[in-house]
Unconditional design. Structure first.
Length: 370
């Protein structure tokens, strides 16, 4: 018998910039010319059917006008498209246009686009570079930053994917002006979540300035973007691969992701997360992790910005409880929840333990009350 050890220790620097501003397509082109993607001259612009006429085509035209080879790859908008079949369709389309390892993916759109395009980039040619150009508040707050990419299945959301970091993220707050108010409200859910878990100053700001944000005031939108980035950076920097601390970014998502799926995606992601946040603070209040006044304050803020805080009547409660077990925090068949500690902190349950087991009957009782 013989043994040959393969030594593959390496130090990887996956650092990148998140640029927040207005009218950032020219900035993107200048960065590419300055070597953001190295010597790559071929770019796959991936977007959805809603963003294509708004910004996808503009990015494509700008690339071509600068002498780069580029193509637009479009899929139907919506969470239902965030599946393996869509990824396969995009990959086949890129291969048909002779895209190989010497290309870069540019994701232009919201969270579905950045999740899907990032996952594609991480596996295409065993990994090609990608850039995120976020066009929604939801993607700016969450999906485009941190490197978590994934697709959904009929059984669970976001369990098929990988951690793969972009070259750079562009948060163009001008693009938010073309969003329907429902999408702006939807995007605020992740911002409220960040405030609840790590940023009391941001929480107070949301209480006082929600209407300016919904009206796309540049100063207000820049403020929340900077704070969203700061919260996420502090977590991802310490736990890129989600071994422990990064679980706190899943606050509200145990119920949120489950109800999003059970609703057949009638609920937007942010709407579902808001309901999950309400469930989390109600259960947390019963457990003594926050006071009733703090619980009421969180729910009041979500109501103020227009987010739902109750389980819709059309949702089968028992089906929802069963769906909780598809959450990625489940261990040994046990439900695990992240809880906030008051407002602006999260609970810890031991050395680097940020989620605790919750008995099914505990969360069922909360869901029945909602």
């Amino acid at each position: 018998m013989s043994n040959f050890r393969v030594e593959l220790k390496k130090v990887v620097d996956d650092s990148y910039d998140v640029q927040i501003g207005q009218d950032l397509i020219p900035v993107l082109l200048d960065d590419i010319k300055d070597g953001l993607a190295g010597r790559i001259k071929k770019f796959a612009v991936i977007t959805d059917s809603i963003v294509e006429p708004l910004y996808g085509g503009s990015v494509l035209s700008a690339l071509r006008a600068s002498g780069y080879e580029a193509d637009l790859f479009v899929f139907p908008a919506g969470e239902r498209s965030k599946v393996r079949a869509t990824k396969e369709m995009l990959e086949d389309a890129m291969l048909a246009k002779e895209y190989r390892r010497d290309c870069c993916v540019i994701a232009v759109g919201g969270g579905v686009v950045t999740d899907l395009a990032g996952f594609l980039a991480g596996t295409f040619g065993r990994g090609v570079p990608f850039i995120n150009y976020a066009t929604t508040l939801l993607s700016a707050a969450d999906a485009s930053i941190g490197g978590k990419t994934a697709v959904d299945t009929d059984l669970a959301t976001n369990l098929i994917g990988l951690i793969y970091q972009p070259l750079k993220v562009y948060v163009d707050i001008d693009t938010w002006k073309t969003l329907p108010e429902k999408q702006m409200v939807n995007g605020l859910a992740e911002t409220v979540k960040h405030a609840c878990l790590a940023d009391m100053e941001l929480f107070r700001y949301l209480e006082d300035h929600s209407q300016e944000i919904l009206a796309c005031d540049a100063a207000a939108c820049t403020y929340i973007s900077e704070h969203n980035c700061a919260v996420k950076y502090k977590v991802v920097m310490k736990d890129e691969k989600e071994k422990n601390l990064r679980e706190i970014l899943n606050l509200g998502h145990t119920v949120g992701r489950a109800i999003e799926t059970v609703s057949g995606y009638r609920l937007l992601h942010g709407e579902a997360v808001a309901i999950g946040m309400a469930a989390q603070v109600l259960l947390g209040c019963e457990c003594g992790y926050l006071t009733k006044e703090e619980c009421d304050r969180v729910i009041a803020l979500m109501k103020k910005v227009g987010l739902p805080v109750a389980v819709p009547e059309y949702i089968d409660r028992e089906n929802l409880v069963r769906k909780l077990y598809t959450d990625k925090k489940v261990r040994d068949g046990k439900l695990r929840f992240v809880f906030q500690k008051g407002i602006g902190e999260v609970m810890t349950f031991g050395d680097e333990v940020y989620a605790r087991e919750v008995a099914e009957e505990e969360i069922r009782a909360i869901i029945q009350k909602m």
